[in-house]
Ligand binder design. Structure first.
Ligand SMILES: [Zn+2]
Length: 237
Protein backbone atom coordinates (compact mmCIF):
# COMPACT_ATOMS: atom_id res chain seq x y z
CA UNK A 1 0.00 0.00 0.00
CA UNK A 2 1.22 3.48 -0.80
CA UNK A 3 1.52 6.04 1.95
CA UNK A 4 -0.61 9.16 1.80
CA UNK A 5 2.34 11.25 0.55
CA UNK A 6 3.11 8.83 -2.28
CA UNK A 7 -0.54 8.75 -3.25
CA UNK A 8 -0.67 12.54 -3.27
CA UNK A 9 2.48 12.72 -5.42
CA UNK A 10 1.02 10.15 -7.85
CA UNK A 11 -2.05 12.38 -8.14
CA UNK A 12 0.17 15.33 -8.95
CA UNK A 13 2.12 13.38 -11.59
CA UNK A 14 -1.18 12.39 -13.22
CA UNK A 15 -2.44 15.98 -13.10
CA UNK A 16 0.84 17.18 -14.65
CA UNK A 17 0.35 14.68 -17.52
CA UNK A 18 -3.23 15.91 -18.06
CA UNK A 19 -2.15 19.56 -18.03
CA UNK A 20 0.70 18.92 -20.49
CA UNK A 21 -1.71 17.18 -22.88
CA UNK A 22 -4.20 20.01 -22.60
CA UNK A 23 -1.44 22.52 -23.36
CA UNK A 24 -0.55 20.69 -26.57
CA UNK A 25 2.27 18.36 -25.56
CA UNK A 26 0.50 15.04 -26.08
CA UNK A 27 1.93 12.68 -28.73
CA UNK A 28 -0.14 9.48 -28.95
CA UNK A 29 1.00 7.39 -25.96
CA UNK A 30 4.51 8.87 -25.93
CA UNK A 31 5.98 11.31 -23.42
CA UNK A 32 6.18 10.90 -19.67
CA UNK A 33 6.41 12.62 -16.32
CA UNK A 34 8.15 11.29 -13.21
CA UNK A 35 8.77 12.44 -9.65
CA UNK A 36 11.55 11.47 -7.26
CA UNK A 37 10.49 9.47 -4.20
CA UNK A 38 12.21 9.92 -0.83
CA UNK A 39 13.35 6.26 -0.85
CA UNK A 40 16.77 6.07 -2.55
CA UNK A 41 16.65 4.82 -6.14
CA UNK A 42 12.89 5.05 -6.47
CA UNK A 43 10.62 7.23 -8.57
CA UNK A 44 6.98 7.53 -9.57
CA UNK A 45 6.37 7.57 -13.30
CA UNK A 46 3.43 7.57 -15.69
CA UNK A 47 2.80 4.01 -16.92
CA UNK A 48 3.31 3.11 -20.60
CA UNK A 49 0.42 2.66 -23.03
CA UNK A 50 -1.65 5.74 -22.15
CA UNK A 51 -1.81 9.19 -23.69
CA UNK A 52 -0.92 12.03 -21.33
CA UNK A 53 -4.56 13.14 -21.28
CA UNK A 54 -5.72 9.66 -20.22
CA UNK A 55 -3.50 9.27 -17.18
CA UNK A 56 -5.20 8.94 -13.79
CA UNK A 57 -3.39 8.43 -10.46
CA UNK A 58 -3.79 4.65 -10.84
CA UNK A 59 -1.75 4.83 -14.08
CA UNK A 60 1.31 6.01 -12.16
CA UNK A 61 3.76 3.29 -11.12
CA UNK A 62 6.68 3.13 -8.70
CA UNK A 63 9.89 2.25 -10.51
CA UNK A 64 13.44 1.51 -9.43
CA UNK A 65 16.26 3.19 -11.34
CA UNK A 66 16.70 -0.17 -13.11
CA UNK A 67 13.17 0.06 -14.51
CA UNK A 68 11.69 -2.61 -12.23
CA UNK A 69 8.05 -1.90 -11.29
CA UNK A 70 7.82 -2.04 -7.48
CA UNK A 71 4.20 -1.07 -7.12
CA UNK A 72 1.19 -0.01 -9.09
CA UNK A 73 -0.35 -1.70 -12.10
CA UNK A 74 1.06 -1.10 -15.55
CA UNK A 75 4.34 -1.20 -17.40
CA UNK A 76 7.11 1.33 -17.16
CA UNK A 77 8.12 3.34 -20.23
CA UNK A 78 11.20 1.98 -22.01
CA UNK A 79 12.78 5.44 -21.73
CA UNK A 80 12.86 5.28 -17.90
CA UNK A 81 16.70 5.74 -18.00
CA UNK A 82 16.14 9.41 -18.96
CA UNK A 83 14.51 9.92 -15.58
CA UNK A 84 16.62 7.53 -13.50
CA UNK A 85 19.97 8.91 -14.67
CA UNK A 86 18.89 12.52 -14.15
CA UNK A 87 17.80 11.76 -10.56
CA UNK A 88 21.05 9.90 -9.98
CA UNK A 89 23.22 12.77 -11.29
CA UNK A 90 21.23 15.76 -10.02
CA UNK A 91 20.07 15.45 -6.39
CA UNK A 92 18.24 18.80 -6.57
CA UNK A 93 15.87 17.57 -9.30
CA UNK A 94 12.50 16.35 -8.01
CA UNK A 95 10.57 16.02 -11.27
CA UNK A 96 11.43 15.21 -14.89
CA UNK A 97 9.18 15.86 -17.89
CA UNK A 98 9.92 14.34 -21.30
CA UNK A 99 7.75 15.29 -24.28
CA UNK A 100 8.01 15.78 -28.06
CA UNK A 101 6.67 19.32 -28.59
CA UNK A 102 6.72 20.57 -32.20
CA UNK A 103 8.39 23.98 -31.93
CA UNK A 104 11.22 22.80 -29.67
CA UNK A 105 11.91 19.83 -31.97
CA UNK A 106 11.91 22.14 -35.02
CA UNK A 107 14.27 24.60 -33.36
CA UNK A 108 16.76 21.94 -32.27
CA UNK A 109 16.71 20.48 -35.80
CA UNK A 110 18.15 23.80 -36.99
CA UNK A 111 21.02 23.28 -34.58
CA UNK A 112 19.87 26.25 -32.50
CA UNK A 113 19.32 26.66 -28.79
CA UNK A 114 16.72 28.80 -27.04
CA UNK A 115 17.43 32.51 -26.78
CA UNK A 116 15.75 35.07 -24.51
CA UNK A 117 13.58 36.35 -27.35
CA UNK A 118 10.35 36.32 -25.28
CA UNK A 119 9.74 36.44 -21.53
CA UNK A 120 9.70 32.63 -21.42
CA UNK A 121 13.02 32.45 -23.23
CA UNK A 122 14.87 33.88 -20.22
CA UNK A 123 14.44 30.56 -18.40
CA UNK A 124 16.08 28.56 -21.18
CA UNK A 125 18.60 30.95 -22.77
CA UNK A 126 21.48 28.78 -23.99
CA UNK A 127 20.14 25.41 -22.87
CA UNK A 128 22.23 22.54 -24.26
CA UNK A 129 21.25 20.42 -27.25
CA UNK A 130 21.73 16.66 -26.78
CA UNK A 131 23.16 15.10 -29.94
CA UNK A 132 24.51 11.74 -28.76
CA UNK A 133 21.60 9.98 -30.47
CA UNK A 134 18.25 10.90 -32.00
CA UNK A 135 16.78 7.49 -31.07
CA UNK A 136 14.99 6.43 -27.89
CA UNK A 137 17.06 6.41 -24.72
CA UNK A 138 16.74 2.92 -23.30
CA UNK A 139 20.01 2.28 -21.50
CA UNK A 140 21.65 3.79 -18.45
CA UNK A 141 24.85 4.81 -20.28
CA UNK A 142 22.98 7.00 -22.81
CA UNK A 143 20.75 8.33 -20.03
CA UNK A 144 23.90 9.31 -18.12
CA UNK A 145 25.22 11.24 -21.15
CA UNK A 146 21.89 13.08 -21.33
CA UNK A 147 22.06 13.86 -17.59
CA UNK A 148 25.61 15.21 -18.06
CA UNK A 149 24.50 17.31 -21.04
CA UNK A 150 21.65 18.77 -18.97
CA UNK A 151 24.14 19.87 -16.29
CA UNK A 152 22.64 22.60 -14.12
CA UNK A 153 20.19 23.80 -16.79
CA UNK A 154 16.40 23.72 -16.54
CA UNK A 155 16.02 21.81 -19.80
CA UNK A 156 17.85 20.05 -22.60
CA UNK A 157 16.72 19.94 -26.22
CA UNK A 158 17.08 16.48 -27.78
CA UNK A 159 17.79 16.94 -31.47
CA UNK A 160 15.23 15.19 -33.74
CA UNK A 161 13.45 13.81 -30.68
CA UNK A 162 12.02 16.10 -27.99
CA UNK A 163 12.80 17.87 -24.75
CA UNK A 164 13.62 17.04 -21.17
CA UNK A 165 12.63 19.62 -18.57
CA UNK A 166 13.46 19.37 -14.88
CA UNK A 167 12.40 21.11 -11.68
CA UNK A 168 12.58 20.77 -7.95
CA UNK A 169 8.84 20.12 -7.90
CA UNK A 170 6.21 18.71 -10.25
CA UNK A 171 4.73 22.20 -10.52
CA UNK A 172 8.09 23.69 -11.56
CA UNK A 173 8.93 21.12 -14.22
CA UNK A 174 5.41 21.09 -15.70
CA UNK A 175 5.12 24.86 -16.01
CA UNK A 176 8.66 25.06 -17.38
CA UNK A 177 7.83 22.47 -20.07
CA UNK A 178 4.88 24.59 -21.24
CA UNK A 179 6.96 27.78 -21.16
CA UNK A 180 9.84 26.13 -23.06
CA UNK A 181 7.56 25.24 -25.95
CA UNK A 182 6.16 28.78 -26.07
CA UNK A 183 9.72 30.18 -26.08
CA UNK A 184 10.62 27.89 -28.99
CA UNK A 185 7.47 28.82 -30.94
CA UNK A 186 8.12 32.56 -30.59
CA UNK A 187 11.74 32.08 -31.61
CA UNK A 188 10.75 30.16 -34.73
CA UNK A 189 8.47 33.08 -35.67
CA UNK A 190 11.30 35.54 -35.05
CA UNK A 191 13.73 33.89 -37.46
CA UNK A 192 17.19 32.35 -37.49
CA UNK A 193 19.38 32.75 -34.45
CA UNK A 194 21.86 34.98 -36.32
CA UNK A 195 19.07 37.52 -37.02
CA UNK A 196 17.71 37.71 -33.48
CA UNK A 197 18.10 40.20 -30.69
CA UNK A 198 17.48 38.99 -27.18
CA UNK A 199 17.44 40.32 -23.62
CA UNK A 200 20.86 41.20 -22.21
CA UNK A 201 22.26 38.99 -19.44
CA UNK A 202 21.33 41.30 -16.57
CA UNK A 203 17.72 41.55 -17.79
CA UNK A 204 17.55 37.79 -18.19
CA UNK A 205 18.32 37.46 -14.47
CA UNK A 206 16.00 40.36 -13.60
CA UNK A 207 13.05 38.89 -15.52
CA UNK A 208 13.55 35.50 -13.90
CA UNK A 209 13.25 37.23 -10.50
CA UNK A 210 10.35 39.44 -11.62
CA UNK A 211 8.22 36.85 -13.42
CA UNK A 212 9.36 33.29 -12.76
CA UNK A 213 9.84 33.32 -8.98
CA UNK A 214 8.58 30.35 -6.94
CA UNK A 215 5.29 32.01 -6.01
CA UNK A 216 4.40 32.68 -9.62
CA UNK A 217 5.44 29.21 -10.76
CA UNK A 218 3.01 27.69 -8.23
CA UNK A 219 0.37 30.20 -9.32
CA UNK A 220 0.89 29.29 -12.97
CA UNK A 221 0.47 25.57 -12.17
CA UNK A 222 -2.77 26.40 -10.32
CA UNK A 223 -3.88 28.43 -13.35
CA UNK A 224 -3.18 25.55 -15.77
CA UNK A 225 -5.13 23.28 -13.41
CA UNK A 226 -8.14 25.66 -13.47
CA UNK A 227 -7.85 25.96 -17.25
CA UNK A 228 -7.94 22.16 -17.57
CA UNK A 229 -10.95 21.86 -15.25
CA UNK A 230 -12.78 24.59 -17.14
CA UNK A 231 -12.14 22.81 -20.45
CA UNK A 232 -13.46 19.57 -18.95
CA UNK A 233 -16.52 21.48 -17.69
CA UNK A 234 -15.73 20.35 -14.14
CA UNK A 235 -16.58 22.54 -11.16
CA UNK A 236 -13.56 24.10 -9.42
CA UNK A 237 -12.04 21.46 -7.11
ZN1 LIG B 1 10.96 10.35 -26.32
Amino acid sequence: MWEVDTRRLAGKVALACNILAHEGQGDVTLGHVSARLPAPGRMLMKAAGWGLEEVSPSDVVELGYDGHVHSGSGRGHSEYPIHAEIYRAHPEVGCVVHTHPAAAVALAARGETIRAVSHEGVLFHGVPVFEETTALIRDAATGAVLARTLGGHRAVLMRNHGVVVVGETVEDATVRAILLEKAAAVQLLAGREAELRWSPAEEIELKIRQIYHAGNMEGFFAYYTRRLRAALLLPPG
